[in-house]
Design a protein around this ligand. Structure first.
Ligand SMILES: Cc1cc2nc3c(=O)[nH]c(=O)nc-3n(C[C@H](O)[C@H](O)[C@H](O)COP(=O)(O)OP(=O)(O)OC[C@H]3O[C@@H](n4cnc5c(N)ncnc54)[C@H](O)[C@@H]3O)c2cc1C
Length: 399
């Protein structure tokens, strides 16, 4: 029987390994980062400050270990129009991950007042769907560090399931190259070892997947998007907003999204006014940025285009208006630098992979944020997992 290697254990890699292992397929997952407690995931951040600051995490579970738990379907309509119908996959994974909105007990004072005042200004405000278990979650504001109570779904759960079904999982092993013969995949290489396989799935994320593909001559790494965001905030004495579940509400405009959000960078800007961390309230503005970036072997290029800046400015003005109603002294309003937590688009469907996520090399697939055809401008995990689940079914049929 054919064997499969999956490179990377994040949103894309975890589910493929689990799905294939559960069908009795010989599958090995290779992850460059270590196995870590979810609550310690913040120790494994990889941050690239390249104009827009880009964050990822390298450990078992990948960047899913530090998510805010936001669970929204993105790009579903577009993908359906090009022949990728994810409806069933979304339904299955939403059940597995326990997607739900949190009960009122999990909404803090800061989030509630932002929602109220936004509504009163005419913004449509909703609870954010989350893959967080309300039974075990005790709001603490630490989702992006790695949940201290393991109340949030992460891809490590799929890796654990895969292990239970007999998959091999190698942590601390960085894949550097692919082995190909006459346009067919034969395996992968680390610095000191070769791993042979009939099928290889690269799920190393929007930055590393194109690098691996480029080393074998595939022209990946262009059109990098990151879903650029800024957080805008100010001082509201003793609000203790930083300990609330972050991004627990969603305000959707035509071309951007906003959510209640605390950032330590706001505190850095505001401590000169005597503010403590408990005195800060803020909102995130996130856009579907233009694919202006590129990834090469030893550098990443990413800047905000005029259109990106215009959208961020529009969102910041709206957030400023809401925060003023909330009671923030407008003289204290400040913004973080532009950041991006969703790097992708660098091995896009229709460009580098086909609708089965296969590259020009037979048996070599990509399944992670790099295959997005455009920036979602919204949390991408559900769509990545759905795409990867669909690929697992395709591979099962091929084998
Ligand atoms: C702070 C933060 C909060 C976020 N919150 C949300 C949210 O609430 N909802 C949401 O939908 N999205 C969220 N995201 C985005 C989401 O986490 C990522 O988009 C998603 O995890 C990307 O999945 P992926 O499979 O492409 O890559 P990753 O999840 O990053 O996985 C890639 C894996 O490949 C490994 N790897 C890389 N190179 C190699 C190599 N050469 N050999 C072996 N292994 C390798 C990495 O170590 C990593 O484990 C957030 C991101 C951040 C940073």
């Amino acid at each position: 029987m054919k064997n499969v290697i999956v490179v990377g254990s994040g949103a894309g890699g975890g589910i493929i390994t689990k799905e294939l292992a559960s069908k009795g397929i010989d599958v090995t997952l290779i992850e460059k980062g270590p196995l870590t407690k979810i609550g310690k995931a913040y120790e494994h951040y990889d941050i690239a400050d390249v104009g827009v600051e880009i964050s990822q995490t390298s450990c078992i579970g990948g960047t899913t270990t530090v998510t805010a738990g936001n669970a929204v379907r993105t790009c579903q309509k577009y993908l359906k129009n090009i022949g990728i119908d994810l409806e069933e996959d979304f339904k299955e994974i939403e059940g597995e991950m326990g997607v739900t909105t949190l009960p009122d007990t999990h909404f803090g004072k800061g989030t509630n007042i932002i929602m109220d005042k936004a509504e009163s200004l005419g913004f449509n405000t909703k609870k954010m769907p989350k893959f967080i278990d309300p039974e075990t979650c005790k709001p603490c504001g630490k989702c992006a560090f790695g949940c201290p109570r393991d109340s949030k779904w992460t891809s490590k759960e799929y890796v654990d399931d895969a292990l239970d079904h007999g998959a091999n999982v190698l942590a601390n092993t960085e894949i550097t190259e692919l082995i190909t013969v006459n346009g067919e995949i034969k395996g992968v290489k680390s610095n000191d070892k070769e791993f042979l396989a009939d099928i290889v799935v690269i799920s190393a994320g929007g930055i590393e997947t194109p690098r691996i593909l480029r080393r074998t001559g595939i022209n990946a790494g262009n059109n990098l998007f990151v879903d650029t965001f800024v957080s805008v905030g100010g001082i509201l004495k003793d609000i203790k907003f930083k300990n609330e579940v972050q991004m627990n509400a969603l305000i959707k405009l035509d071309d951007l999204i906003m959510a209640p959000h605390y950032s330590g960078l706001l505190y850095n800007n505001l401590k000169k006014y005597g503010a403590g961390e408990n005195d800060i309230i803020g909102m995130m503005i996130k856009i579907a940025d233009e694919g202006s970036g590129k990834v090469r072997e030893d550098y990443i290029e990413k800047y905000s285009t005029a259109q990106d800046v215009a959208l961020l400015t529009k969102g910041s003005a709206a957030a400023g208006a809401i925060l003023k109603e909330v009671g923030v002294d407008p003289n204290t309003l400040t913004s973080t630098i532009a950041r991006g937590a969703h790097p992708g688009g660098t091995a896009a469907i229709g460009d580098i992979v086909n609708t089965n996520l296969e590259t020009e090399i037979s048996g070599l697939f990509a399944a992670d944020a790099s295959v997005f055809p455009m920036a979602p401008g919204a949390p991408p995990v559900l769509t990545i997992v759905a795409l990867a689940r669909r690929l697992a079914r395709y591979i099962e049929n091929e084998i």
